[in-house]
Design a protein around this ligand. Structure first.
Ligand SMILES: Nc1ncnc2c1ncn2[C@@H]1O[C@H](COP(=O)(O)OP(=O)(O)OP(=O)(O)O)[C@@H](O)[C@H]1O
Ligand SMILES: [Mg+2]
Length: 286
């Protein structure tokens, strides 16, 4: 079943002058129809300004459609009465971990969300325990978030969202401000939550290496979805991706360059291991 469904979704940023007269309309989302299956891991790619963050913000009603609809488990985000349930169902994690941390202790920070939802105290602590364990941050529960690394802060932010028991987490460039180790930590954590807890993951990122393991890639350009498929299907279209100013994983790039020079390799290589496997027999022939 689809947990997220957008139908002909449109979103306009409207600029007005002092007299509230519309001076500019910028269409950021332009007719997006997407169904995201419960339990899947979907990555959204696209160059700057293609509409990824705008799309993310429509998924839990931070932004309401200018046209079309967004349904979360069948609930319409435009329905005021459903908004709280929708926000319980879809948690958001943003780029800057510092803006998402509110309390002076890691455990209080993680408990803040469920407390706001009116969860009984005893259950809050059970949820905090479970969420910290799920992101591998139990040892830090009595520490101040200020003393954590970027990757650790982001894992605390993810635990805070998990403690609200969402069915889906939407992460908008959660690794953009992290070093390579922090990036790995966060992606490993999110992948684990998807696999072991069945949480639906929607990951927006500019790092192609982070999406190789996704079930599905959705590529946006100018407010529209222009590619939608498995990583292998999408990364087989290297030239189109380059035209869209997008990268491909390193191994895909290398395989593409080798093919251009006449080396016979499969159409879409995603990892260095695959590339090595594909090259080895050619090497032995010579
Ligand atoms: N608050 C705003 N007011 C007016 N226009 C906006 C606003 N936020 C975004 N836009 C415009 O909407 C379009 C989509 O922006 P959005 O931030 O959704 O893109 P994005 O894919 O997330 O980009 P990035 O990769 O840089 O994060 C762009 O043309 C952008 O200029
Ligand atoms: Mg963005």
């Amino acid at each position: 079943m689809a947990i997220i469904e957008t139908k002909e979704l449109e979103f306009d940023y409207v600029t007005r002058d002092e007299e509230a007269k519309v001076t500019e309309v910028d269409r950021a989302i332009d007719g997006v129809s997407l169904q995201i299956e419960a339990g899947s891991f979907v990555a959204i790619l696209g160059h700057n300004g293609s509409g990824k963050s705008t799309l993310a913000k429509t998924l839990n009603g931070i932004l309401l459609p200018s046209g079309g609809t967004v349904l979360i488990s069948g609930m319409n985000t435009a329905d005021d009465a459903k908004l709280l349930d929708i926000r319980r169902e879809v948690g958001m994690v943003f780029q800057n971990p510092d803006n998402q941390i509110i309390a002076n202790l890691v455990e209080d920070d993680v408990g803040f969300g469920p407390e706001n939802l009116g969860v009984p105290t005893e259950e809050i602590w059970q949820r905090v325990d479970a969420a910290l364990k799920a992101v591998g941050m139990t040892a830090f529960r009595l520490k101040s978030p200020n003393h954590l690394s970027g990757g650790q802060k982001q894992r605390v932010a993810i635990a805070g969202v998990m403690a609200m028991h969402p069915k889906c987490i939407v992460l908008d460039e959660p690794t953009a401000m992290l070093d390579p180790n922090g990036r790995k930590e966060v992606i490993r954590t999110v992948t684990e939550l998807n696999r072991s807890e069945g949480v639906t993951v929607v990951l927006i990122t500019h790092y192609m290496e982070e999406v190789i393991g996704a079930d599905r890639l959705v590529v946006m350009d100018d407010g529209k979805v222009i590619m939608d498929g498995t990583p292998r299907e999408v990364f087989a279209r290297v030239e189109e991706l380059k035209r869209l100013r997008l990268d491909v994983p390193q191994a895909t790039e290398l395989a593409y360059e080798l093919k251009q020079r006449g080396v016979s390799l499969p159409d879409s290589v995603l990892t260095m291991e695959e590339l090595a496997e594909a090259i080895l027999p050619l090497w032995k022939e010579n």
